[in-house]
Design a protein around this ligand. Structure first.
Ligand code: MN
Length: 715
């Protein structure tokens, strides 16, 4: 059945020779998957055929269709890449091989004694995403096939066990749907989302399906009335357009309802489900139609977007507006040409659409169009830490985006929470390096302000180029958030002379150890991985390779030595009782465990937990083994008493600013005194912190408060 449909679809657009090539691939796949069945009991060949059919509906080239048909023969039939190369050529062989290797790993791994141990899922996601992006940079068609493959698997998920359904659906929602979104393949994106939604939140899925069907009649009559009126108006201007009510997808409705409820807004079953799309022939007709609509109904200010003049990164183009339609209800309207519509539905795939000539060389052309994609690959090349990598991908690629305007009206896409500095680096590296101040919508703002969708940002440069500030890399201050900006700043410092890096680093060590009241021990530095001696540490600090907070973590041990006594009492590290966190606990006298020893807890009849060494014999022969609970040593709950002094220019609001930094860390101020010396003021604060890392963060933030001259620790 599906096979006939596929051939029919291909015949509609392929020449005979190309079709024969695809048929040969089909035959090869049929032969190899013979007698194989899917979990549903269907013949296996249905799967590659359905995958190919989806791509054929997008009129993809013959290489892609053949590869889709063969995409499982390496993995499931033991066919080699060489064999595919001989029969179908290198392009097909590479694509099939690429899809085969693109396996998403299971975030669970078995350790040596057979117990299942959950390993860092973030790291696995990072590795998976890296794989996907690498495959994409080789030939983006690998991803298109993979997405079609995944879609068919999602459509046939019913046959799997519940736990696998959830796992696969989650992975689809986390990785594949955002990827389809970024590649601009909307049709794929919403299908993947709706399918995942169905398995991840079955109740809510049903609820929304019911919601949609309930008031269909009223909704349709409202839309039809509006369509008729638009139709009548555009005909007067000799425009012929295809106008229709645009269906909204279940998952997007769900998200809208969630958003509404968090804003306390009521979701309307009729009007919030209405959207209209108008497809016309030419770009001037798009704008004429827009004018006609705005004449007919009042547009809602701030709801108009011109993605024709300013296409999105994925090349998406369209006019979006929301108007006050009949009875004052807002209705979303999109206006675009047929060509734009194709790009909107198929995104990147539109560039691989079938042409009579060989499509395999199209790569370069499209790469220059997919600017963001190029940049992304460039940016990621130098990021080698997996965790950095996943964070940057999550934010820069899969995360939500804001559109920011340059003063000339150009659009830049940045992740949510990006700052003016991120923007400056996005425009030009030098603009970032020389940035001294920024204006958002004409107002001067501090460089760490979060940008909002639609902001216009102007960057002021210093007259004499002086390079970035090392502060900008301090994660506590959040000057920059994109991996690109961080990378460019780090590269700048890396390029500086070793000598000047060392002296800058020494300054930091001096300043930081003075502030924190700690000495840095040469011997201990040598023990740390990555540093041979203090100048090594200094160089890395000065070059921005090691951050202040990493230094702080290293200094932590030092602090423990100098202030392990609070009020003359030796600090006992707290114990965390897993799952029963607020039960009081005490170290048992029988075995007296010390910090870092393996421990277990015993839930007493008084509902306290006594802490024993794991192999304590009392515990082993305890009468009620079910009272044994898991415990671990707490690491961050230790509170260290620290006295800080801040010297500052006196001004109104200074104390409030300082105390809000401290309370922002969720710690208590034990003592506070401010002494005035005319224009300057001295503030003494005593706090209990969880350690040097936190203390260093507090310092950085207090130092950034206007008027603050110096901050240091009192002993
Ligand atoms: Mn497959």
């Amino acid at each position: 059945m599906e096979t006939n449909l596929l051939i029919k679809q291909l015949k509609a657009y392929m020449s005979k020779s190309k079709l024969d090539f695809v048929k040969e691939a089909l035959l090869f796949a049929q032969k190899n998957h013979q007698n194989q069945f899917r979990k549903s009991g269907d013949p296996f060949i249905d799967h590659p055929v359905s995958t190919a059919l989806y791509l054929a509906n997008m009129r993809m080239d013959s290489t892609t269709i053949a590869s889709a048909l063969l995409h499982d023969v390496i993995e499931d039939c033991g066919v080699t890449k060489e064999e595919i190369n001989e029969k179908f050529g290198l392009h097909v062989a590479n694509l099939v091989d690429g899809v085969t290797k693109l396996k998403i790993n299971n975030p669970k791994a078995k350790n040596s004694n057979g117990n299942i141990q959950v390993i860092d899922t973030e790291q696995i996601r990072a590795a998976n995403l890296r794989k996907i992006l690498t495959a994409m940079s080789d030939d983006v068609r690998v991803i298109l096939i993979k997405l079609a493959d995944r879609l068919h698997n999602m459509l046939t998920l019913e046959a799997l066990k519940k736990e696998n359904q959830v796992k696969i659906a989650q992975e689809t929602l986390d990785i594949y749907a955002p990827l389809a979104h970024r590649l601009g393949i909307w049709d794929m994106k919403w299908r993947l989302e709706d399918q995942s939604f169905k398995y991840l939140m079955p109740e809510k899925y049903k609820m929304i399906s019911r919601l949609i069907s309930r008031k269909r009649v009223q909704r349709e009559s409202y839309v039809n009335k509006a369509i008729k009126e638009i139709q009548a108006e555009i005909v007067k201007s000799q425009i012929t357009g295809n106008i229709y009510g645009r269906p909204k997808h279940l998952y997007s409705i769900y998200k809208k309802i969630e958003r509404y409820s968090s804003q306390g807004k009521q979701f309307d079953e009729i009007y919030d489900l209405i959207a209209i799309r108008i497809i016309v022939k030419t770009v001037p007709e798009c704008y004429s139609t827009l004018g006609i609509i705005h004449n007919l109904w009042k547009p809602i200010p701030g709801e108009f977007d011109d993605y024709i003049a300013n296409p999105k990164d994925s090349m998406y183009q369209s006019l979006h507006t929301t108007v006050m339609c009949y009875e004052g209800y807002p209705v979303e309207i999109q206006i675009r040409t047929e060509e734009m519509h194709l790009t909107a539905e198929e995104g990147i795939a539109a560039h691989w659409a079938y042409k009579e000539e060989d499509n395999d060389t199209i790569g370069h052309q499209y790469k220059s169009k997919m600017n963001w994609f190029n940049q992304l690959l460039d940016d990621q090349r130098d990021v080698d830490e997996d965790i950095d990598y996943i964070n940057s991908i999550k934010k820069d690629v899969l995360g939500d985006q804001v559109f920011i305007y340059t003063p000339k009206g150009e659009i830049k896409t940045l992740p949510v929470a990006a700052t003016p500095l991120d923007f400056a680096y996005e425009v030009h590296t030098e603009l970032g390096h020389d940035c001294v101040s920024a204006l958002i919508n004409g107002k001067t703002v501090s460089l760490e302000t979060s940008l909002k969708n639609g902001d216009t940002v102007e960057i002021r440069k210093s007259r004499n180029p002086r390079g970035p500030r090392l502060d900008w890399l301090n994660p506590d201050l959040q000057f920059v958030t994109t991996s690109k900006a961080k990378l460019k700043i780090r590269q700048w410092f890396r390029k500086q002379e070793r000598e000047s890096n060392i002296s800058r680093g020494n300054e930091i060590i001096k300043k930081e150890s003075y502030k924190l009241g700690i000495k840095i021990n040469e011997k201990e530095v040598a023990l740390l991985p990555g540093f041979e001696n203090i100048s090594d540490l200094a160089e890395q600090l000065g070059a921005g390779e090691t951050t202040i907070s990493q230094l702080a973590r290293f200094l932590e041990k030092e602090l423990l030595k100098t202030s392990s006594k609070v009020n003359g009492e030796i600090l006992q590290p707290e114990v965390i009782v897993m799952g029963l966190n607020n039960l009081p606990n005490k170290i048992s006298k029988c075995c007296n465990p010390v910090f870092d020893q393996e421990i277990q807890g015993y839930l007493t009849r008084k509902n306290t937990v006594s802490i024993h060494v794991s192999n304590c014999s009392y515990l082993r022969y305890s009468v009620e083994p079910e009272r044994i609970v898991n415990v671990v040593w707490g690491t961050n709950n230790q509170k260290l008493q620290v006295k800080i002094q801040v010297d500052a220019d006196d001004r109104i609001g200074l104390l409030r600013d300082i105390t809000s930094v401290v309370s922002g860390e969720n710690i208590n101020i034990d003592f506070l005194k401010s002494t005035d010396f005319g224009k300057t003021t001295k503030i003494d604060i005593t706090v209990y912190t969880s350690g040097i890392e936190q203390l260093s963060r507090i310092y950085s933030r207090i130092e950034a408060i206007p008027g603050v001259r110096e901050i240091y620790r009192l002993n």
